[in-house]
Design a protein around this ligand. Structure first.
Ligand SMILES: *[C@@H]1O[C@H](CO)[C@@H](O)[C@H](O)[C@H]1NC(C)=O
Ligand SMILES: *[C@@H]1O[C@H](CO)[C@@H](O)[C@H](O)[C@H]1NC(C)=O
Ligand SMILES: *[C@@H]1O[C@H](CO)[C@@H](O)[C@H](O)[C@H]1NC(C)=O
Ligand SMILES: *[C@@H]1O[C@H](CO)[C@@H](O)[C@H](O)[C@H]1NC(C)=O
Ligand SMILES: *[C@@H]1O[C@H](CO)[C@@H](O)[C@H](O)[C@H]1NC(C)=O
Length: 368
């Protein structure tokens, strides 16, 4: 057979084979490299989303070695339409965070089938305008909701205004199950509302983790309205308690929270995911029997989702929560001032610490 093939033909065949081999080699190395990147980013699972993405340009950060620590910021971006105010809040917050941050941030965004496209576009615009690559990853809301379904089922009857309303949505309990949603190698995370404005470096917020007492799982700043005074009125009418009192330095009685306890606001939540995953106490406290008896004890009927639970947990198990100062979540909503609490409102609302984060909650405009 070889007799039929001239020397020249042999050379051509050899070249063709070399080309094919080289092509296969390129393909294999490409597959290997991209796979490594994807698994490192933990986005392999989100194929459903990724296959629509025209380019990975904005996803892969300019990292030069895997030791660069990523600062994980979590945002919830669902039920968003193209003309929704949340879109602008989201855009402004990302731009703001990138501008003030001295550390590399990674945005972990929980999205649904509609909103991921909007989030993707916003990241693209931001990346274009700021001429920097933005590191982010999307998490599919449907999967997230199924991972925290049990938690939402236990908490919804106590902390949602009406079943089927805004706050009854599983998404309002995401922070309580974030340790199941986040990749297992993610140890620390900060979950933010979109209606925030950072006046200073977000690295200052991350530094608060270093100040956590050894038992703390979460870090939250106080609620700055009398909402928990209101929610606890039945309990307070029967018991002498500082639960629902505003913070005051002079009034030191011998209770668990001698200086008053306003509850917590969940617009900014620091999570020590590693400790939460390991904590046996935490999973016990989240069980139905525990939540039922805790809410019964305090006659507690809330409507603010996860922060109602943090408030109860913080009062009953103070070791598990690190109280951040009010400057890390300076809320601006004054709704309660005009709803029966005019006289005491400012005692709750005041904040004498340096303001790092402004929180335009209940749609309050943020002064710039
Ligand atoms: C999210 O997950 C659900 C259920 O697995 C799937 O039907 C949907 O297509 C996913 N959405 C996206 C954008 O990938
Ligand atoms: C990688 O980062 C280090 C500092 O963290 C720097 O000294 C080094 O030059 C960088 N290498 C490249 C190739 O950019
Ligand atoms: C970026 O932050 C600085 C202060 O750190 C501020 O003066 C400036 O206006 C910010 N720029 C944008 C685009 O937000
Ligand atoms: C980024 O800018 C280029 C040209 O400057 C433009 O073609 C592209 O559409 C922009 N992308 C986004 C997502 O805005
Ligand atoms: C001190 O605490 C008690 C019990 O919580 C409360 O009734 C009282 O109003 C507080 N006093 C002041 C000055 O806040």
């Amino acid at each position: 057979m070889n007799n039929f093939i001239s020397f020249r033909l042999k050379i051509i065949v050899l070249v063709v084979h070399l080309c094919i081999a080289f092509g296969v080699f390129l393909l294999l190395s490409y597959t290997f490299l991209t796979q490594r990147d994807i698994s490192h980013q933990n986005i392999g699972k989100y194929d459903g989303i990724l296959k629509y993405l025209p380019s990975m340009k904005f996803i892969l950060p300019n990292r030069n070695d895997s030791k660069i620590r990523e600062y994980n910021v979590w945002l919830i971006f669902t039920k968003v339409r193209i003309d929704s105010p949340l879109k602008h809040k989201f855009h402004n917050l990302i731009v703001n965070l990138l501008n003030v941050s001295s550390v590399p941030l990674k945005f972990n965004v929980i999205v649904d089938d509609v909103s991921w496209k909007i989030a993707f576009m916003e990241f693209g615009k931001i990346s274009n305008n700021t001429m920097q690559s933005v590191s982010y990853i999307f998490y599919n809301f449907t999967e997230v909701a199924s991972k925290i379904h049990d938690i939402a089922t236990v908490l919804t009857p106590h902390f949602s205004s009406r079943p089927g309303t805004y706050y009854s949505d599983a998404l309002f309990y995401v922070s309580l199950g974030l340790h199941r949603i986040a990749p297992p190698d993610q140890d620390l995370a900060v979950l933010l509302d979109c209606d925030l404005y950072f006046k200073d470096d977000i690295a200052i917020l991350f530094k608060e983790f270093a100040r956590f007492k050894s038992t703390a799982l979460f870090g939250l700043a106080p609620e700055l309205t009398p909402v928990y005074h209101h929610v606890l009125h039945i309990y307070r009418s029967k018991h002498t308690s500082t639960f629902g009192d505003y913070y005051h330095l002079k009034n030191i009685s011998k209770t668990v929270h001698p200086r008053g306890f306003q509850g917590y606001n969940s617009g900014v939540v620091l999570l020590n995911l590693r400790k939460i995953r390991q904590s046996k106490t935490y999973s016990k406290i989240l069980s139905k029997s525990s939540v039922d008896s805790l809410t019964e004890k305090y006659n507690f009927r809330g409507h603010l989702g996860d922060q109602d639970f943090y408030t109860l947990m913080g009062y009953e198990y103070p070791d598990l929560i690190q109280t951040l100062n009010c400057g890390f979540n300076r809320q601006l909503c004054t709704w309660w001032k005009d709803h029966g609490y005019k006289d005491v409102f400012n005692n709750y609302f005041k904040c004498k610490h340096k303001i790092i984060v402004l929180h335009g909650n209940c749609n309050t405009p943020i002064p710039k």
